[in-house]
Design a protein. Structure first.
Length: 110
């Protein structure tokens, strides 16, 4: 769960960085700096996935990425796509960790 979500946040950071580059020609510095802050926070949040606060901040950043679609219109689509990946990482990761815990209970490591 933690690894999948960190991977989603890392890839989101790159996409957000490219969105800032797209916005560079037409928008003000405040729109660019907000996009840069979102990209940096996504990278930093990927390292916080061990704690519950990482999940909370990551979920807020999903909303912020969708909201950046106001600046760069294709980010609406990309934000929704990454939000779906975020939810999938949570669901699939939780199932994977349950299976792994069950396997470790059945067959202890030496």
């Amino acid at each position: 769960m933690r690894i999948l979500s960190a991977a989603v946040l890392s890839m989101e950071s790159f996409v957000m960085g490219f969105a800032v580059l797209l916005a560079m020609g037409e928008h003000t510095g405040s729109a660019l700096s907000i996009g840069g802050v979102i990209a940096i926070l996504q990278l930093l949040c990927a390292g916080l996935m061990k704690k519950k606060i990482g999940w909370v901040i990551g979920s807020i950043l999903q909303i912020a990425m969708i909201g950046y679609g106001y600046v760069v219109t294709p980010m609406y689509f990309m934000g929704v796509l990454f939000a779906a990946l975020w939810i999938a990482a949570f669901v699939v990761g939780r199932k994977g960790e349950a299976i792994r815990a069950e396997l470790l209970r059945q067959k202890p490591l030496k």
